[in-house]
Design a protein around this ligand. Structure first.
Ligand SMILES: [Zn+2]
Length: 294
């Protein structure tokens, strides 16, 4: 089971987040038939989204991440909820780009750098928050570190990664994040920087150490206070009922055309690729209810 663990280090002057996300990234890969570079790009974004979802407070809050850098992958869209659930998609799932020099998946090239990273926090109707920053490298981790530092004024270090097996399944995925609190001293910052510099890539650590708490123990010893942990999952909240509600917004003549000419319609949820089919009866019922209300 994937997990997010939150803790405090440096006498409470810095927050630590560690999430193991292998299962949810694999789930996303299966839903969308992702190829390796798309798995890495969406997987990194989903992993960071679990941490940001964990920062939400109210039960009905939602966080949306949009990334578009003009690269082959198109747009990355991810939603995170406070209960540890995330969902998301990329416009082009069949992307396989490998850097010729490093032989690693080239996420930066697939995402591109000619664009933005946007975070929309849906807190309540009155109090939405949107932050947008320019993409720095398209590698996702660095782009979010820049976003937190510039848009939210929280100095942040992020290590995020996804390893893909030869058969395209997900080998390991995770994110490790440190955020400095306003009262952090120079010594606290140096301590955190040294921790980050001494770490192997997080995807390697996730594949080596099965339990996230054990990994935190290896990194910090007694120097960490664990605050809470949360189960994580890739899960979409779409349903036939919700899709039907979306159909009610169509014009009457469009519904009539679907009934007479197409004898029904099919809607695909972009977030999880689930197909919903509505037959002539479903649509006729919808149309007559719509006429009653009008
Ligand atoms: Zn869905």
């Amino acid at each position: 089971m994937d997990k997010l663990i939150k803790g405090l280090i440096a006498d409470g002057h810095a927050r630590v987040y560690l999430a193991y996300t292998t299962d949810l990234v694999e789930e996303a890969r299966k839903h969308h038939d992702l190829w390796p570079t798309a798995t890495a790009a969406l997987g990194r974004t989903l992993s960071i989204a679990t941490v940001m979802g964990g920062m939400l407070k109210g039960e009905d809050e939602k966080l949306t991440i949009q990334i578009n850098g003009g690269g082959e992958i198109g747009t990355i869209m991810v939603d995170a909820f406070p209960n540890g659930k995330v969902r998301g998609f990329v416009s082009e799932p069949h992307v396989m780009l490998v850097n010729e020099k490093t032989h690693k998946l080239d996420v930066g090239k697939a995402v591109g750098t000619n664009g933005y990273l946007r975070v929309i926090r849906d807190i309540s109707l009155k109090d939405d928050f949107t932050g947008t920053t320019a993409l720095q490298t398209g590698e996702i981790g660095e782009d979010f570190a820049y976003y937190f530092t510039v848009s939210e004024q929280i100095p942040t270090a992020i290590s995020v990664g996804v390893l893909v097996n030869d058969d395209m399944t997900t080998k390991s995925a995770g994110v490790f994040m440190i955020q400095m609190m306003p009262q952090a001293t120079e010594a606290d910052i140096t301590y955190c920087e040294n921790i980050i510099l001494g770490l192997k890539p997080i995807s390697t650590l996730v594949s080596e150490v099965a339990d996230p708490k054990e990994l935190l123990n290896e990194i910090f010893g007694d120097e960490i206070e664990i605050l809470e942990e949360q189960d994580l999952k890739f899960e979409c909240n779409c349903s036939k009922h919700r899709m039907l509600e979306a159909l009610t917004t169509l014009k009457e003549e469009d519904l009539e055309e679907m009934i007479k000419e197409d004898h029904g319609c099919e809607i695909v949820c972009r977030y999880c690729n689930t197909k919903y089919h509505f037959n002539e009866d479903d649509l006729s019922k919808l149309l007559s209810e719509k006429r009653k209300k009008a």
